[in-house]
Design a protein around this ligand. Structure first.
Ligand code: FES
Length: 120
């Protein structure tokens, strides 16, 4: 039998304030994947901007690579937690806006949100 969770476990503080995952999945068979659409460049730019802005680290922001997030039709995609906001980006301007608006100031970039119906 599992022990009951302590009272404060219901609302644990997060190690990171925000966590963004970039799908970098590459399909060698030529099928659609985020790697075909500039995912590595998006990830690299986000990582560099977050670091340069002093946002990286515990209590702040973490930028991570991910495998397929199963929303390939919207690729390249990234998702930000804890808000669970999914983004599709095209170029470095989009990444700049996600970092400045969402990761830095907590404001969702509505124009880059993945439509709810888009999956694989
Ligand atoms: S390949 Fe990126 S979400 Fe599937």
């Amino acid at each position: 039998m599992n022990a009951p969770l302590p009272a404060d476990a219901a609302a644990p503080s997060s190690y990171y304030e925000r966590h963004i995952f970039f799908c970098l999945n590459e399909r060698k068979n030529g099928e659609n994947c985020c790697a075909q659409h500039g995912a590595q460049q998006g990830f690299d730019r986000c990582k560099a901007l977050v670091k340069a802005a002093g946002l990286a680290g515990p209590g702040r922001v973490r930028v991570n690579k991910s495998g397929c997030l199963d929303r390939c039709a919207a690729g390249p995609v990234a998702v930000v937690y804890p808000e669970a906001v999914w983004y599709s980006y095209v170029d470095e301007n989009d990444i700049d806006e996600i970092v400045e608006s969402h990761l830095k100031n907590g404001r969702v970039v509505e124009r880059l949100r993945v439509p709810p119906h888009l999956g694989r």
